[in-house]
Design a protein around this ligand. Structure first.
Ligand code: G3H
Length: 196
């Protein structure tokens, strides 16, 4: 059976500092994840015959670096780039709360619809990933999607039928390989493999 795997990028230098957005490289810990990922993925493939996996990343360094050691063809999607935090890009959540308290509160109240000034909302991201989902549905090979927290929440929600209101707070931890397997009844079963 064809599978869909989802993974966030390994820990980035920005993650380490608690900064959102940006385009930083992996931290040492993130780098370790990028080296652990191929073995973990290959262990989940059928062992009888050689199979290929399509690896889809965003255009940001941290996902490209995370996929680096996977021995499969790769495709970069701009539509998989992380939610654009606009004027808050490169800040910590504490800095946002201090500098833009109304923005911080507005987001807390309605994280789904809140749009960062000069940036995006979760609603925007859900729309933006639609072409990727259409291709994922069409693809016959197994696919590993290496992307970002907000974007993967949207992709995961589509396959797992998560109601929109719950999407912005879905658990999407770092260093975890999520495996989705289509079931005969049309739903997906899920397994999570933490690689830390
Ligand atoms: O930088 C963006 C984060 O990955 C998205 O997280 O939507 O929970 O703030 P958040």
């Amino acid at each position: 059976v064809r599978k869909i795997w989802l993974s966030r990028h390994g820990e980035s230098e920005y993650n380490q500092k608690g900064l959102i957005g940006g385009n930083s490289s992996l931290s040492e810990r993130g780098e370790r994840y990028s080296r652990a990922l191929p073995g973990a993925l290959i262990a989940r493939l059928p062992q009888e015959q050689p199979v290929s996996v399509a690896v889809w990343t965003s255009t940001l360094k941290r996902t490209i670096e995370t996929a680096r050691f996977l021995p499969f063809p790769k495709l970069r999607w701009k539509a998989l780039d992380e939610i654009d935090a606009g004027i808050c890009d490169g800040m910590t959540y504490e800095q946002i709360a201090e500098r833009y308290p109304q923005e911080y509160e507005a987001r807390k109240k309605d994280k789904l619809r809140y749009r960062y000034p000069s940036g995006e909302s979760y609603m925007d991201v859900i729309q933006r990933v639609e072409p990727v989902i259409i291709e994922l549905e069409r693809e016959r090979e197994s696919v590993l999607v290496v992307a970002h927290q907000a974007v993967l929440r949207a992709v995961y929600a589509y396959f797992m039928n998560v109601p929109p209101e719950d999407i912005p707070r879905l658990s999407m931890p770092l260093h975890t390989l999520i495996e989705l397997t289509p079931m005969p009844d049309g739903t997906m079963s899920e397994q999570r493999f933490p690689l830390d």
